[in-house]
Design a protein around this ligand. Sequence first.
Ligand code: PLP
Ligand code: COI
Length: 354
Amino acid sequence: MEFKFEKAAALKAKPADETQLGFGKVFTDYMFVMDYDTGEGWHDGRIVPYAPISLSPASMCLHYGQEVFEGMKAYRTKEGNIQLFRPEENFKRLNQSNERLVIPHLDETLALEGLKALLEVEKDWVPSAPGTSLYIRPFIIAVDPFLGVRPGDKYMFIIILSPSGAYYASGLNPVSIYVENKYVRAVRGGMGFAKTGGNYAASLIGQDEAHKQNYSQVLWLDGVEQKYIEEVGAMNIFFVIGDEVVTPELQGSILPGITRKSTIELCKSWGMKVSERRISIQEIADAYDRGELKEVFGTGTAAVISPVGHLKWNDKVMEINGNKIGAISQKLYDTMTGIQWGELDDPFNWVVKL
Ligand code: PLP
Ligand code: COI
């Protein structure tokens, strides 16, 4: 597929020190844009200079939050090649989010072709310092200038790129997590499984409270009884209890993470016992008291595998594995990143080379 290309008047300087990138602050020279109009479908896929976009102040996405997004990465291998990790899963999930928010289906092959064409233009922006990658943010917004509440008739699909380092300033050092017991993020039947801005807006107040108490992230409990564990602000959560690896099952209120899915597949391939089931926070506290809570870690594209060193639930502070990364978390991190950066074999065919 050929996309129109509009050349930028000038190119930006690439970051001088890739070790100082941080997350999501620097953007590349170009972006991919495609429009949707009812009756016409998705049309005019194009690569244009990265720049502010012009929207009517009445655009529906600004008022009623009809928006979805994805998060993925392009990795540079030692040999200098560029590869993606399970990108078809991201575009499949984008359509699951679309369906929930009544946004028109986007052809997944076309979306991936648009991304590959953009990456072809921007390949020099994929950083090579250890632990860095090019973060990819595809998103869709409803742009009709209309203040009535209904699904839009006009949308924009945009992909922007951001060379990035670790999501958490602490890198692979364990993060401290606060269990939120007042607010909830999502309920079953709601849109917790969709990757849409509203879920993140709902989570900010909890994150703010966590920060005030010197915790970096929030662990959300279920929206009905506030007893069962759901997920963290930007990652899914796993527990190692005795010899069992446990993670909350997918019931519609948490994001079906691609790193979560890959973690389950890896652990099963190593012969470990893995369960996707309901886990109450009380069960975790009890396992901790018995000395059986061996490891806790989060999984996500931005967060990769993030060990959890402290978990605070009401007045109880649990220190996990002496606030050090555990053996399973380390093995998962090494294997996942080894496959992503092309340093290990890819027995599951997860990698898509550019
Ligand atoms: N849960 C939430 C709320 C997230 O924002 C993310 C990040 O994308 C995840 C889980 C992990 O999903 P994935 O592994 O697909 O990045
Ligand atoms: C990702 O891991 O890709 C995410 O989208 C998390 C994010 C909200 C920063």
